[in-house]
Design a binder for this molecule. Structure first.
Ligand code: PMP
Length: 358
């Protein structure tokens, strides 16, 4: 049988495993930070109408620049942004890959602070970018002093920040983003995939874009907009950054169907975002309940919670929950597990199963 070892694989890809959480058919799936609520009927109806309008025209390529979608996204974000400051692609993963292709790549370096979103180093590897891990502190915190010291030490071409951070759930204070933007000579990417779930008072980096032309915020419709299957992510930055990304994007990368579905979803922003409050309520319920049981729990501004497994047995507890029909995520942090906040019923199923294991 032919294996990868028999193929002339790029050296830096040897021994790597592809990213991916198990996609198992269990009753309660709380492992990939999806929105548990289905797309509301009114939005589905509008998507169907928009799709039937584009299907007949599929003989033609889609709008390569996705101007209408980018205009809708800019309106959603506010902060005086226009479509020229916004770029969209197939998930924020593709956006981040394009940013690495544009501003990093062979001979260049990207810096991140783990534990953080595990796709960042994988995207770096895939684009031939050297990866430097600046690490977070004992309690997963990232201070401005530590982040700036790492930026000065490694002088990376691109820095990844993640706020709220996956898998810890906690947002970064804005002064950390600002300090990194001041210190960095290269691009600074703030991955804000979970921004809409933040607790009151949390501030995000959109307000900094005017001041820092090398700062980029990436967002997604996969989480708050319940559109993970639609594959739409986007960035907001100085218009010159958007121009630069055009040098690497594939022509017509975003299908006419994707653009139509995303625009229909954005036309129903209020209905879609109404699920966010329901999810936050369950997120807060998980945090309070687990803390009540004496388990360590990270503060969460996201739709998921990182918690210390009973007896520190993350592997055993993960399996025991799965045996009880509840799939959560072992993010590879010894002693810790991550659970997505779902519907009240899913959350109850998780809490009841975990309580049995205390
Ligand atoms: N950033 C973070 C921090 C994430 O957790 C995820 C999804 N797991 C993404 C980006 C990618 O999301 P998408 O490609 O669906 O936009």
């Amino acid at each position: 049988m032919t294996t990868l070892d028999d193929l002339p694989l790029r050296d830096e890809l040897r021994g790597m495993t592809p990213y991916g959480a198990p996609q198992l058919d269990v009753a309660v799936r709380l492992n990939t930070n999806e929105n548990s609520y289905p797309v509301p009927d009114a939005a589905v109806a509008e998507m169907e109408k928009s799709l039937s309008a584009v299907l007949r025209d599929l003989n033609r390529y889609p709008d390569r620049d996705a101007v209408a979608l980018r205009t809708d996204l800019a309106t959603y974000l506010g902060h005086g942004l226009t479509w020229k400051d916004v770029w969209a692609a197939n998930g924020s993963n593709e956006i981040q890959q394009q940013l690495l292709q544009t501003f990093a790549g062979p001979g260049r370096t990207a810096l991140g602070f783990t534990p953080s979103y595990s796709m960042h180093p994988l995207l770096a590897a895939g684009t031939g970018t050297a990866w430097v891990d600046g690490r977070r502190g004992e309690d997963f915190e990232l201070t401005a002093e530590h982040a700036v010291a790492k930026v000065r030490e490694h002088r990376p071409d691109l820095v990844f920040l993640c706020s709220p951070n996956n898998p810890t759930g906690t947002a970064l204070p804005l002064d950390v983003v600002e300090a990194v933007a001041e210190a960095a000579e290269g691009m600074v990417i703030v991955d804000e995939a979970y921004a809409e779930f933040a607790r009151k008072g949390t501030v995000f980096a959109l307000s900094l874009l005017q001041r820092y032309p090398r700062l980029v915020v990436t967002r997604t419709m996969s989480k708050a907009f319940a559109l993970a299957g639609g594959r739409v992510g986007y960035l907001a930055a100085n218009a010159a950054v958007v121009d630069a990304v055009q040098l690497v994007r594939l022509p017509y990368h975003l299908s006419a169907m994707t653009q139509a579905v995303a625009r229909a979803a954005l036309a129903h922003t209020d209905a879609l975002l109404s699920t966010v409050d329901a999810v936050k309520e369950q997120r807060d319920r998980i945090v309070a309940t687990l803390r009540g049981w004496g388990l360590p729990v990270a503060d969460s501004d996201a739709n998921f919670v990182l918690f210390g497994a009973p007896r520190g047995d993350s592997k055993g507890v993960w399996q025991a929950l799965l045996d009880r029909g509840v799939l959560i995520r072992d993010v590879g942090l010894a002693g810790w597990l991550r659970v997505t906040a779902g519907t009240p019923e899913e959350t109850s199923a998780f809490l009841n199963a975990l309580e049995e294991l205390l």
